[in-house]
Structure formats: C-alpha cells, structure tokens
Design a protein around this ligand. Structure first.
Ligand SMILES: N[C@@H](CCC(=O)N[C@@H](CS)C(=O)NCC(=O)O)C(=O)O
Length: 266
C-alpha cells in the first residue's frame, strides 16, 4: 500500500476506507498534484468552489460518534476531504504527531491539525461560512453557539458532550467486562446520563435546541443518542421533546448517510 509523507511525517493510506461508503470523498483531480478542489466541483448545490493548495484530511473511524459529527458538517457544507480511516485503538501509534490526545477525529488543513470534535466543527463553520452542500431546511447554524445566548448554549453543549463521554466510558468498560453492577463509578456514569437527559428535556423545544436552524447542539444530541441506542449503552427515549428533535432530524441527508452500522463494529 502506498505510503506518502505529509507535513506531519505521517504515513497516509495506511487505513483503506471501505469502497463507496462516503459519496463526499473524492481524490484530488489528476494532473494537479498540489492543487485541490475543496468544494465538490460538479455539485449544483455548490456553484462557487475554491481552489486551495491543500485538501482537508480527516482521521476518523466510521463507528466513532465524535468523528460522525465532523462527517455530518462536512456533508452539510459539501466539502470534499481525504479520508484516513483510523481504528481508534491504533491511534497512539498511527498518528501521534497530529494529536497528543491520541483520539479520532483529527482534521488536517494544510499545516494545521485540529483535534476535539466540537473545536473542529467551530473551525469548519468559521473557515467555510458560505459553503452549502445540503439545502434541506432548516439551514445549518453559522456558529457553534449563539453570541446572544453564549453561556446557555455552551452549557447545553457541554452537558451533551458529558453524556456522550459517560457513554464512551461505559462502552469501554463493558468491552473490558466491567459493568455498572460491578463498579460504583460506572453506576454514577450511567446515572449521570439520565440526569443530563432530564435536564436537556427541560431546555429543548420540539423544533430543536435552537429553533429555526439545524444547530450544533441538535447535531451533537442526535448523534449522541443514536450512538447510545446503537451500542445499547443507555436509554434516552420516553422524553417527548427530545424524541421530537431526533424525529425531526434523523432523515436529514447528512445524518441519514452517516448513521452507525454494525458492519463497522470491530
Ligand atoms: N472529546 C473528544 C473525544 C474523542 C474520542 O474519545 N474518540 C475516541 C473514539 S470514539 C478515541 O479516539 N478513543 C481513543 C482511545 O480509546 O484510546 C472529541 O470530542 O473529539
């Protein structure tokens, strides 16, 4: 398999993505070795596209909910990227140079490597404010959080993120054959997810956490609970407003085309 270096001295092409899984992934046009089209050239939804000297690269795993957040926003914005499929248990040895935290996702844009999913989303929103790949209403938020509701939105975002982190801990421990029945800490983690869900139910509206737009809060929430359900980690249903948010967005193209599938579970 071809290995080529990049600014970070990373091997690329080590992890081969399954063929024809992500329609938004394209190679750089041949004959233009150092110039890449970052917007889908032929997409009628992207009449304006940019010529850049680098192509976005995403280190990700198909089953990672954090990676899915980035894939959803790349889809929403119609941005092409080079996929570097990375099994997260191999992240420490496969790409230590780009992420000291040694997790996926990582987005590389030229000489900049970004880690932490919501930071990457913030970067994409700020760097490509006008890119539109998905035309379905409501539109994707322009910002991670609303300036006029800055603290409230951040608290919601952090609560959703904490719920997902607790879910990840529960999954990792389950993989290590440790369950909440055996661990007081895991019982607290499980309990935490329910408390957060009840709190979110009070803050949500049937039109989402920020009515009028497909917000980063909605995106984080839908991805987190779909992941928890897919993995059988915690129950989230039975909260009518939250159920309405998922019902509202689950068929949106960016979410529908990135939904977790059993074939990627390893
Ligand atoms: N807070 C991070 C969490 C990322 C994360 O935990 N990713 C997992 C995969 S779902 C990972 O790479 N884990 C590495 C490991 O388990 O060592 C983010 O939002 O990006």
């Amino acid at each position: 398999m071809e290995k080529s270096g990049n600014t970070f001295g990373l091997p690329t092409g080590v992890w081969e993505p399954p063929a024809a899984v992500d329609p938004h992934v394209n190679d750089a046009p041949s004959g233009e070795s150092s110039v890449y089209w970052i917007f889908a050239k032929d997409s009628p939804r992207n009449p304006t596209f940019e010529k850049r000297t680098t192509m976005l690269t995403l280190y990700f795993s198909y089953i990672s909910p954090y990676s899915r957040k980035v894939r959803v926003v790349l889809t929403e914005k119609g941005l092409e990227f080079k996929p570097e499929l990375t099994h997260f248990v191999d992240a420490p040895t496969k790409y230590p140079a780009v992420n000291p935290c040694r997790r996926v996702p990582v987005l590389v844009d030229g000489d900049r490597a970004l880690f932490e999913s919501n930071v990457i989303l913030d970067y994409l929103l700020q760097t490509f404010p006008d890119a539109v790949g998905s035309v379905a209403p409501p539109p994707l938020s322009k910002r991670l959080v609303r300036p006029e509701h800055y603290w409230d939105d951040w608290q919601t975002l952090v609560a959703i993120e904490t719920m997902l982190d607790s879910g990840l801990n529960l999954l990792q421990m389950r993989n290590n054959k440790i369950t909440p029945a055996q661990s007081e800490y895991l019982r607290r983690e499980l309990n935490r997810t329910g408390i957060i869900l009840d709190w979110l139910e009070q803050r949500a509206t049937p039109e989402g956490f920020i009515p009028g737009e497909f917000s980063i809060l909605d995106l984080n929430f839908v991805i987190s609970v779909q992941w928890a359900e897919f993995r059988g980690i915690f129950e989230w249903r039975g909260r009518p407003t939250l159920e309405k948010i998922v019902g509202r967005y689950q068929d949106r193209e960016s979410l529908r085309t990135t939904v977790p599938e059993s074939k990627y579970v390893h």
